[in-house]
Design a protein around this ligand. Structure first.
Ligand SMILES: [Zn+2]
Length: 238
């Protein structure tokens, strides 16, 4: 048999009948592989929708925001803007406060009186300039370094008093406890602790404050949206 015949014989051979094993799973797998990008997009989209439904507020950034807010502190104090003059009202000689809190503050003093408690207002609004004088002059008089002084007085631009929403309160019957931690033992303080919240007043620097020393005489007003906005950072981080 020559070469040509040999090739013809091979070509003439009947094609073997082959049964291809068709695997139904492999087809399904191929289909899944084809639609997988679309599936992925659909799953991610639903997950995002579910997340925004479960957590309507962007809480994911709370931790980093806390870090950021704390980075703005100076010697433990948060920065505060100065109230515009048209929002200030004189409630007694030398005591000016934010007009929004004046009514509530005076009402609180009146109601305390009915219980035999005599509250006295020691300090309300303080300008950044006055805060500057207090911070630097007292620091030098007391021969304290800034960090020590900051424990009892805020640096200028960092005092709640410049917002008009802060008030230092004393006991008219115990004036020797003015601006002293001993104020906490007076009837005035005990009354405030029981009742101040009714008038939207809150102790700013309590015993657990991480940054600033305990100030039982220093209260702030949180009875308006503006006040709440002003103290938002503080309430989130203290
Ligand atoms: Zn104060």
């Amino acid at each position: 048999m020559d070469k040509k015949d040999e090739i013809n014989q091979i070509i003439d051979l009947p094609i073997a009948q082959r049964t291809y094993f068709s695997n139904p799973y492999s087809n399904l797998f191929k289909k899944l592989l084809l639609i997988s990008p679309f599936l992925l997009i659909a799953i991610s989209f639903s997950a995002l929708r579910l997340k925004s439904y479960l957590y309507p507020f962007p809480i994911k950034n709370l931790y980093s925001q806390t870090q950021e807010n704390n980075a703005h502190r100076i010697l433990g104090h948060l920065p505060y803007g100065e109230i515009s003059e048209d929002k200030l009202v004189l409630i007694e000689p030398n005591i000016e406060v934010h007009v929004d809190m004046s009514k509530s503050l005076l009402q609180m003093r009146e109601d305390a009186k009915k219980d035999g408690i005599y509250l006295t207002f020691l300090s309300g609004y303080r300008s950044v300039k006055l805060q500057n004088d207090i911070f630097y002059s007292l620091k030098s008089i007391r021969n304290q370094v800034a960090a020590e002084r900051a424990k009892v007085s805020a640096p200028p631009g960092y005092s709640e008093h410049s917002t008009g929403f802060a008030i230092d309160i004393g006991d008219a019957k115990n004036r020797d406890t003015d601006f002293e931690v001993e104020f906490e033992n007076t009837n005035a303080f005990k009354w405030l602790k029981m009742n101040a919240a009714k008038y939207h007043f809150k102790l700013s620097f309590n015993k657990n404050n991480k940054y600033i020393d305990y100030e039982p005489w220093h209260w702030r007003y949180e009875g308006s949206i503006e006040a709440l906005k002003v103290f938002e950072n503080s309430n989130r981080n203290d």
